[in-house]
Design a protein around this ligand. Structure first.
Ligand SMILES: [Zn+2]
Length: 136
């Protein structure tokens, strides 16, 4: 039964958190980027596993009964590296190359604007680059 969800997470990119949470029982939100669930590594009657996600997309897990993170991920058929988004190439937000590209468009747009010939599609693309770079 694990295969479909593995396929799904492969399709949806990093989503380490979803991969972990979809395998746990009684998952409840415990605040911003925090969840609690039953620990799969010991006989857990009331949820004692704390899960949180860092801004980098790394999943942190802590069992208050003392199971190690390794025990927990193995119990749900994952490995510790599944908690880190670094093993996939996709990341959140634009890549460095994409940002450079937008900067180039911005610079060209600005020079066209100075010459008074920024219009039509170029103007729209220029505005999009400004929006993506957060330039006003
Ligand atoms: Zn535990």
């Amino acid at each position: 039964m694990n295969i479909p969800s593995q396929r799904l997470s492969a399709l949806t990119g990093p989503a380490c958190l979803e991969k972990v949470i979809s395998r746990l029982d009684k998952v409840k939100s415990a605040g911003a980027n925090k969840w609690i669930a039953c620990c799969p590594a010991h006989l857990d009657k009331s949820p004692s596993l704390a899960i949180s996600e860092t801004s980098d997309g790394v999943v942190l897990i802590k069992c208050w009964a003392g199971c190690s993170a390794n025990d927990v991920v193995q119990a749900i058929g994952l490995q510790l590296r599944d908690l880190f988004p670094g093993n996939t190439k996709r990341r959140r937000g634009p890549s460095k190359a994409a940002i450079e590209h937008e900067r180039m468009i911005l610079q060209i747009g600005q020079s066209l604007q100075l010459q008074g010939i920024l219009e039509g599609d170029d103007l729209m693309r220029f505005n999009l680059a400004k929006q993506r770079l957060g330039v006003k």
